[in-house]
Design a protein around this ligand. Structure first.
Ligand code: NCD
Ligand code: ZN
Length: 425
């Protein structure tokens, strides 16, 4: 099967260029890439006006399988990814049971073969049962196919355990993805500590609960030489800490998510539990800090933290509802609308953060437009406007605070290994 993609604006995130090019896919790989290609193909995709880029890599996804499949499963989660232009997902270990054994890794990899076709890369837990007491067998997890370690959903409170795991992870050349929020400061609390928590007479999750652990884990990375990746950075001071620590040459990377550059804690006042997420939505000062970090490269990655929950769970009152929001099907559009169409960032800089950088962090051979690589591609119309409607999601989760939001930028085709896994009709 040969596919010819004609007259697209091809984004090359590594060189930072956008070129008017044609692209031929043959045997699942990028076979030719040039201007005015004159090749025979079984299928021609006319892409004038469309952007063609390396498939998006989302390194923070909760697929909820095994055990929590009323929220999402590998089938619906990978379908949601395809809808969102995402060709590879890394899935978090906070399932039931927790992904803390090779058997669980194998289960996910097996199930993924019957998914939408999108690549699934499992992440193994840092500690058994995410309890923060006993480390997992990282070597066995890696052998089974785990690409990173994370207790995401939970902070690793025990610094000694974290240091031990980082020493092992360094030996195994595995990144450790850290959810940073000191448990003693956030347990049982639903929203940011600040004006909104005061208005609602609630105890809040203070910014410093995140920042203290960001600093701790950066220092542990410095000491152990391991690769620490900070998940879902949400505060301006976290960005400042990471910027300073990176200057010392520490192996430190980080991500943020669209909700942290689009929304503030005020969203809680109008949307209640739908806007509840960990770490919580913060202040407009924090949004400014996140934007600055994205622009200057302190923030390496835009991930989703796609965290589906059932309608019943999210209908509970704010203090009783689980935290998290879905993101796979809105992330590209929100990012284009918030960063590209506002002139804050150029396309190659955006695609680097949504494809090349996460691929590099996870050691995946993805995120590049070069000859001979697997044809994982996202094709989108940067200018098409649409309104976010959760009823249209392929995900089981409809929990988004962006319902009704007008966005600009729509996925047209998602291609994995040369196969069209999603096409906008
Ligand atoms: N972000 C969230 O609010 N929730 C995530 C866990 C996490 O990513 O920390 C979940 O698993 O629901
Ligand atoms: Zn988390």
């Amino acid at each position: 099967m040969k596919i010819l993609i004609q007259h697209g604006r091809v984004v090359h995130p590594v060189t930072g260029t956008v070129l008017l090019q044609d692209l031929l896919i043959e045997d699942g790989k990028i076979a030719l890439l040039d201007r005015g290609l004159n090749a025979q193909a079984d299928l021609v995709i006319p892409a004038s006006g469309l952007v063609v880029c390396p498939g998006l890599v989302d390194m923070h996804v909760h697929l909820r399988d095994p055990g929590l499949t009323y929220k999402e499963d590998i089938l619906t989660g990978t379908a949601a990814a395809a809808h969102g232009g995402v060709t590879s997902v890394a899935c978090m270990a906070n399932t039931s049971p927790v992904v803390d054994s090779p058997e669980q890794i194998e289960y996910i990899l097996n199930r993924a073969r019957f998914g939408s076709g999108v690549h699934v890369y499992p992440i193994g837990a840092v500690s058994m049962g995410l309890r923060g007491e006993e480390p997992t067998d990282a070597e066995a997890l890696k052998k089974a196919g785990a690409i990173a370690l994370s207790d995401d959903g939970c902070n690793v409170d025990n610094a000694n355990l974290m240091r031990d795991v980082l020493i092992r992870a360094r030996r195994l050349d595995m990144p450790v993805l850290c959810h940073c929020e000191d448990t003693s400061m956030v347990e049982g609390r639903a929203v940011n500590e600040g004006s909104v928590s005061r208005q609602l007479w609630l105890e809040g999750r203070p910014a410093i609960a995140e920042e203290l652990v960001v600093m701790r884990d950066a220092m542990l990375a410095e000491e152990t030489g391991a690769h620490v990746h900070i998940c879902h950075v949400s505060t301006a001071r976290s960005v400042d800490i990471i910027r300073k620590m990176k200057k010392k040459g520490i192996h430190l990377t980080c991500e943020t998510c669209p909700q942290y550059f689009w929304l503030t804690e005020d969203e809680i006042l109008t949307q209640g539990s739908m806007a509840r997420v960990n770490p919580p939505l913060r202040t407009s000062q924090d949004v400014k800090g996140i934007l600055a970090g994205l622009k200057d490269g302190t923030i390496d990655v835009i991930a989703t933290d796609h965290a589906p929950h059932s309608a019943e769970e999210k209908a509970r009152p704010l203090t009783k509802a689980p935290s998290g929001m879905v993101g796979l099907e809105t992330s590209l559009a929100l990012t284009l609308t918030g960063l590209y169409h506002t002139g804050k960032m150029e396309l190659p800089d955006i695609i680097r953060r949504m494809s090349t950088n996460p691929a590099d962090i996870l050691h995946l051979p993805k995120g590049r437009m070069s000859l001979g690589v697997a044809a994982d591609l996202t094709i989108f119309d940067p200018d098409q406007e649409w309104t976010i409607d959760p009823e249209q999601f392929a995900s089981k989760g409809r929990n988004t605070p962006f319902a009704g939001t007008q966005v600009k930028g729509r996925v047209k085709y998602t291609i994995v290994d040369g196969q069209i896994v999603y096409q906008d009709t």
